[in-house]
Structures are given as C-alpha cells and as structure tokens.
Design a protein around this ligand. Structure first.
Ligand SMILES: [Zn+2]
Length: 232
C-alpha cells in the first residue's frame, strides 16, 4: 500500500533538519550535564579514594566526596584528610550542633562535593550558579563547595601564618552555606568572627576564628546580612 503523498514527501524534506535538531539538543545536554555534579565533573578532577567514619551523631547525615583538580601539587588524599579533620571536629565543627553529621564517600551518591580547584575552574563552577568568585574567593552552593587553590595556599589577609585556621574557616563557611546558613556580621568588638561572616572582606572589630562553635558549645554567630544574591 502506498503511503499518502504527504507522508512520502515528509521524509526527505524534514528528516535531516529533525536529526540535526536532535543532535544539537543531545550535544547541549552532554555539555551541560544536568544529571551530574556540575561543571566540576567535566573538568579534570580526581576523587579522593576511600571514605571516612561518620562524624557526629546528628540525624541528618550529609555524605560528601572530595575532588582535587589534576595537575596541582595538593594530592586528593592530602586535601581530603584536611576536609575530614574540619568536618570531623565534633566539638567545634558543624557536627557539634547535634543535628548534622558527615561522612566522606569514595563515590556517588553524595549530598555535596568539596572541590579544590584552580581560580579559573573555581570561577567556572561557581559561575554556573550565578556566583561571581572573581578568581579570588571560594563558593558553596547547592551541592558544591569549591575551594580556590590560591586561597588555600596563600590564605587570606587575617590568617597569614595560620593555615589550619584559614582552612577550617574556608571549609566551615562554604559547608555552612550547604547547610542553609546565610551571611552574618560581627556581633561586637573583640568577639570571635563567626564563620558565616565574609571574613575576607574585613573582620569589623571581631577577631579571627574558623569554627562555628566555641569551646563551650555556643554557636558563634552574629546579625544577619542582607547580601546580594551573587555573593559567594
Ligand atoms: Zn559565603
């Protein structure tokens, strides 16, 4: 039986453009990778092997993995050990609040990923979420924590000579965003600077501090800041 003329004509005239459209959409999806952890999965990163114990007893378990950009001096295992030490401090870290616990995983599924990335890659990943890191700062958004390699090695103005304090601050601040915390300001002169303060922009009378909780288990915070939406 012959197909109606309308159908016979359709093939040669429309098949090619339709195929081209499908190919273009597929290529776009492959480039964007909406199902993956973001652009960081397309750049060259290596995931730290192994995992950690569960840190803390909080009911809400946040599983994370650690990825380090290829070709930099810091090894994935080395960076992961520092991240673990920060999230694993159940006395001063976020786990001290009693609601969140953390565990590093060697692979998906995870709730967030901590990247150590060159400034260029940091801007690229953070920029996908509308955050302007300017080759200068870290970001924490949705399921991504991105630590700028230059910050990690050169630290910030108020933490010169204190890499452990700055590393704690960087991880605690960005993971704080993952937990849903916004920016706060210094509560008063001489007080420990809250980790959710944008400390890199000035301490406003506070003293350097990289931990969310004090020795006595008090949350170190301050008045909320109305930040522009693209502030990392
Ligand atoms: Zn922030």
């Amino acid at each position: 039986m012959r197909a109606p003329a309308r159908l016979r004509r359709w093939k040669p005239r429309h098949a090619l453009p339709a195929l081209a459209l499908v190919a273009a959409l597929t290529a776009g999806l492959l480039w964007w990778q909406p199902w993956s952890g973001g652009d960081g999965d397309r750049l060259a990163f290596t995931t730290a092997p192994g995992g950690s114990a569960r840190f803390g007893t909080g009911e809400h378990l946040y599983r994370y993995k650690v990825r380090v950009e290829d070709g930099i001096a810091e090894s994935p295992a080395q960076f992961a050990a520092e991240v673990d030490a920060v999230l694993g401090d159940v006395r001063h870290g976020w786990a001290a609040g009693g609601t969140a616990s953390f565990q590093r995983m060697p692979a998906d599924p995870v709730d967030f990923t901590v990247y150590l990335a060159t400034p260029k890659s940091t801007d690229r990943i953070c920029g996908q979420y509308g955050l302007d890191t300017g080759g200068w700062v870290n970001c924490g958004v949705t399921h991504q924590v991105v630590v700028n390699l230059t910050r990690w090695t050169e630290l910030s103005e108020f933490y010169q000579g204190r890499p452990e304090q700055y590393h704690a601050l960087a991880v605690n601040h960005e993971v704080g965003h993952i937990l849903g915390n916004g920016h706060v300001d210094c509560p008063g002169p001489g007080a420990p600077a809250p980790v959710m303060m944008q400390q890199i922009k000035g301490l406003h009378g506070c003293v350097p501090n990289g931990w969310p909780y004090s020795d006595t288990g008090t949350l170190l915070t301050g008045p909320p800041v109305q930040a522009p939406t693209n502030a990392p």
